[in-house]
Ligand binder design. Structure first.
Ligand code: FAD
Ligand code: NAP
Length: 517
């Protein structure tokens, strides 16, 4: 993120796109763009970028890009799809840049692959096409396949071969879909099911790939969906209750992505509508939002992962990431941890000029908001092998630490020390201070240290900003060779500087996990 000039916020951009101004310079005409043409538009004052086969004139967007002009220029005059997917595939560019659409990439003839040639020959024999027309057929087929690739990667994703498949069977009252993943450590967090209005979508996460079952069901089912997982053999059952006791001839009409095993980055983000059921104050500017998942949804957000919320603001889809927390910290270890799988809790700071958080704050109880599948690269196994866990949080960078603390203190027996170093501007900004202090009293492994950057003169605790000297004083191994994991999250510069200081202090890359987008 870079500081943007005044008048260059996302809201200002949305206003500009609604102003009726010709942002492409083509007076609303859509054109076919050749690679050669695209490459000519590679300057700040004339910049075109191709994303998934569509070309955008991003010149007017330059000053509004939150990542800065230089970042955008990396893709100037080229196909920026991979770069875009690496940095923020969740940003809904189709909506944000629709007024900048120049057109599609022109299709370039390519050599016919062998399979296509063979296919063309079959057509030739069946249809008695004169032999000299076969070349035309080959070209036509190539064009089709190329076109599909350009239109959308999801039409022809790079399908990996893997031994995963599904089957289904029925009784008078139930329909059971069985997915044989053969993954030994299959668990509830890796299975995401949405079954609403006769549409079933079941996604199984397998590292950076996912397997999808997606059909329009043959008949109606009730809202209750059960998910059973045989963890050791990796068998997943999705059990649906028939609304009427009739025999189904088929499971349903498969969708485009049905029965595919592809990279997760090649699947679009899936959203479901969740209802706001409560909103409670945490501090003067931060609230705990409780969202209810729809009936028929099975979704557990793993520790350390975030979701994306989507709202339509001034007619434009806006998406922002948020990290689910628990309703409270694990103070009572007698009670099982509260992961009911029905509600999602989000601790969100409302910025007075924030586009998304202002809209969020205006939601009424009972209103709906779109919530995506979880994402993130944190792995619980990083904690499971550690003896010392250090959490460095800045402001709402505390949110990933909530589930992490819960997991560490309730499920990781090898941990000897857990320390949260929590940076805030003022005392009033400290999130869940009371709960954290109580937790420290309850569990002797846990220690919390608050550091304020803008304290009042009454503050007797530590003050300052994240720095090498502060970290060398506060981040310590409990024994000389103990295995340590340091997790850090906060404003981007806070995280970047923190990681650098830790490296300078001799901590290795493997000992540091930074939460970023
Ligand atoms: P924006 O409109 O983006 O503005 C935010 C504030 O910054 C405003 O005061 C605005 O005036 C100012 N501002 C905006 N852009 C600039 C600029 N370029 N220069 C100077 N000032 C600027 N937040 C949470 O509260 N809770 C979470 O759990 C959480 N989880 C996150 C997880 C991830 C992975 C990431 C990347 C971020 C997370 N965030 C979280 C932050 C969240 O995604 C939003 O960025 C945040 O809510 C602000 O959104 P907004 O649209 O309201 O604010
Ligand atoms: P904030 O109140 O502005 O700041 C919290 C603390 O961080 C303050 O002590 C502040 O000190 C310090 N800080 C801010 N900018 C700094 C910088 N450039 N260098 C060093 N220290 C700095 O924080 P916030 O408004 O809650 O923002 C939280 C941030 O965390 C957001 O940017 C959000 O996107 C991010 N976040 C990320 C994730 C994730 O998973 N990636 C999850 C949740 C939140 P000063 O007095 O110097 O400002």
């Amino acid at each position: 993120q870079v500081p943007l000039k005044p008048g260059r916020s996302l809201m200002d951009w949305i206003r500009l796109t609604k102003s009726g101004k010709d942002l492409t310079g083509l007076k609303g005409r859509l054109i076919e763009v050749t690679e050669d043409e695209l490459s000519k538009h590679n300057k700040k004052e004339d910049c075109w970028i191709c994303i998934r086969g569509f070309v955008y004139n991003v010149t007017p967007y330059m000053e509004y890009h939150p990542g800065g002009e230089d970042e955008l220029m990396k893709a100037a005059g080229t196909d920026g799809t991979d770069l875009f997917d690496q940095v923020h595939r969740w940003v809904n560019y189709e909506s944000m840049l629709k007024e900048c659409l120049v057109g599609r990439m022109a299709v370039k003839p390519i050599a016919a692959p062998k399979a296509l040639k063979a296919f063309a020959y079959v057509i030739f024999f069946l249809q008695q096409i004169p032999e000299d027309e076969i070349v035309v057929y080959c070209f036509y087929l190539c064009l089709c396949s190329r076109f599909c690739k350009i239109c959308s990667v999801s039409i022809m994703p790079e399908v990996s071969t893997v031994d995963i498949f599904y089957d289904w069977f029925q009784t008078d009252s139930l329909v059971t879909i069985v997915i044989y993943t053969k993954q030994k450590d299959m668990n509830a967090e890796l299975v995401i099911v949405d079954c609403q209005d006769k549409r079933l979508r079941g996604e199984i996460i397998m590292n950076d790939h996912s397997y999808l079952v997606e059909v329009d069901l043959d008949h109606a089912v009730s809202e209750d969906v059960a998910v059973n997982i045989a963890e050791k053999v990796g068998k997943v059952e999705i059990i649906l209750s028939k609304k009427d006791n009739i025999h189904w001839k088929m499971l349903g009409q498969p969708s485009e992505g049905h029965n595919t095993f592809i990279k997760r980055t090649d699947r679009g983000l899936f959203y479901r509508k969740c209802q706001l059921v409560s909103k409670t104050e945490v501090t003067h500017d931060t609230k705990l939002f409780c969202l209810m998942l729809p009936k028929g949804t099975h979704l557990r957000v793993p520790t350390g992962q975030h979701v994306y919320l989507k709202q339509i603001i001034a007619g434009t889809e806006v998406v922002k990431p948020y990290t689910p927390v628990l309703p409270f910290l694990p103070l009572d270890f007698q009670e099982p941890p509260c992961h009911d799988g029905v509600r999602i809790y989000l601790m969100i700071k409302i910025y007075s000029h924030g586009l998304f958080t202002q809209a969020l704050d205006h939601l009424q109880i009972g209103d709906y908001i779109f919530v995506s599948n979880p994402e993130g690269n944190f792995k619980k196994s990083q904690v499971q092998t550690s003896e010392d866990l250090v959490l460095l949080a800045g402001g709402t960078g505390f949110t990933p630490m909530v589930k992490l603390l819960n997991f560490a203190l309730t499920e990781v027996s090898c941990l000897r020390t857990v320390k949260l170093i929590f940076f805030n501007k003022t005392e009033d900004d400290i999130l869940w201070r009371n709960q954290l202090e109580q937790l420290a009293l309850k569990d002797e492994r846990f220690e919390v240290q608050f550091i304020l950057s803008q304290p009042t003169k009454d503050w007797v605790g530590k003050q300052g900003k994240i720095s090498s000297s502060l970290l060398s004083e506060l981040v310590k191994r409990s024994r000389r060779d103990s295995k340590v994991l340091i997790c850090i999250c906060g404003p981007a510069p806070f995280t970047e500087q923190g990681v650098q200081y830790l490296k300078d202090l001799g901590y290795s890359q493997e000992e540091i996990h930074a939460f970023t987008a």
